[in-house]
Ligand binder design. Structure first.
Ligand code: NAD
Length: 369
């Protein structure tokens, strides 16, 4: 049984030591950044469930960054956040005043947490204001929108990362390690299922705001996980079929569910499904010498149950979001590349576009990544 080397308590313990000691400590994750002696300011754009339930609380645990402002449609909500997180009310912006972020030196990073269909607009506004950008998954509705975000960040010379928090989770890091070091042989067979039951029609079932149905919101996790299991490879081909609509009143312009396959270079195949009409959160990867199975909460924040052909894994779950945001702050402070750049978000949208095309045509479609 394996124990993680980056438990949250250990992490906090390490980062609270003096800067001089830390600079010489090879286990300090952010020694270079700390030497600069400043926490970067983050502004959250969109104060919905993910910001309120996860990102805000995580920003109380971060070391290299803190919540310094918000962009919201509700002034009242913004004032409550200013009180709860201790930033000045002058740091509350509306979606229409985002350009004024350019005049705020206390905000270094803008984190876009609005519905998918607004990611491009808000990420581009942030880049134009000269701020580094974190954009939630899925990066946008289309590859073309991803390209416009990447171009805007390049033009503004700001860094761009995607909210792929699982890259900072020990179980998923173990999946990536196994894929790289091939302890179980190369993974050749992957399976995944991710869904929840949607009983009303929120923005997630509105094509304009969501870009599509569960493949956008949930399927993207399996797509991303399968690419991790394929050691970072992009699938060459996909096939797909939409689930029959049992609730056409909700899913009038997006799919209710999707079955799909992805064929990777070298012959590995992932068979997956996603749905807004059943509950599931599972993923499995098999090689000729062993397997790893994410049996429960495969892609969520806590409660992961992960077994392997060598026995169960038992890592201490960290705060994925705090690690993700601290890592991006470190990339900015130390001028390093993020492991979750815009290009990864774009790759996943290219796969999703191929899946929609395959479902529409019934054919085997090449991924144009
Ligand atoms: P949510 O509906 O709870 O919040 C969305 C926010 O955007 C709200 O504050 C809403 O007021 C605001 N908004 C601005 N313009 C809007 C408009 N025209 N229509 C609707 N809302 C508008 O959604 P959420 O669950 O917080 O998701 C937000 C984003 O975060 C999505 O892209 C989602 O995929 C992503 N997300 C990521 C994770 C993760 O684990 N990485 C988890 C949840 C959500």
């Amino acid at each position: 049984m394996k124990k993680t080397s980056i438990s949250r308590r250990g992490f906090i313990g390490r980062v609270s030591l003096g800067a001089a000691i830390m600079a010489a400590n090879p286990f300090d994750l952010f020694a270079g950044a700390r030497a600069q002696g400043r926490q970067l300011g983050i502004a959250l754009v969109g104060l919905g469930k993910y910001s309120t339930g996860q990102l805000g609380p995580a920003l109380k645990q971060t070391t290299l960054c803190k919540l310094a402002g918000v962009v919201t449609g509700s002034r009242e909500k913004g004032e409550q956040w200013a009180k709860d997180y201790g930033f000045p009310v002058q740091h509350i912006y509306s979606y229409d005043t985002m350009h004024q972020l350019a005049d705020n030196p206390d905000i270094d990073i803008v984190y876009v947490v609005t519905p998918n269909g607004l990611h491009a607009t808000h990420a581009i506004a942030a880049a134009k204001a000269g701020k580094h950008v974190i954009c939630e998954k899925p990066m946008a509705r289309t590859v073309a929108e991803c390209d416009s975000i990447i171009s805007a960040c390049r033009a503004a010379k700001v860094k761009l990362s995607i909210g792929y928090r699982l890259h900072f989770d020990p179980y998923h890091k173990e999946l990536m390690r196994l894929a790289k070091e091939k302890d179980f042989g190369a993974f050749t067979k992957m399976t995944g299922d991710r869904g929840f039951i949607m009983s009303n029609k929120p923005w997630r079932a509105d094509k304009k705001l969501a870009g599509g149905g569960p493949i956008m919101d949930l399927g993207v996790y399996i797509i991303h996980g399968a690419c991790m299991a394929a050691d970072g490879a992009t699938p060459l081909w996909v096939t797909a079929s939409e689930h029959p609509k049992t609730h056409p009143e909700i899913f009038s312009d997006v799919e209710e569910g999707m079955n799909w396959t992805m064929e990777f270079p070298g012959g590995a195949v992932c068979t997956a499904q996603t749905s807004y009409q059943h509950s599931a959160d599972r993923f499995r990867a098999e090689g000729d010498k062993g397997w790893i199975e994410f049996k429960e909460h495969a892609f969520t924040y806590r409660g992961m149950v992960v077994d392997t052909s060598r026995g169960p894994l038992n890592f201490t779950p960290p705060n994925q979001q705090a690690l993700q945001m601290d890592h991006f702050a470190d990339c900015i402070l130390s001028n390093k590349e993020t492991p979750v750049p815009g290009e990864l978000g774009r790759r996943d949208l290219a796969i999703i576009e191929a899946i929609y095309k395959a479902a529409a045509t019934g054919g085997r479609v090449a991924v144009q990544a």
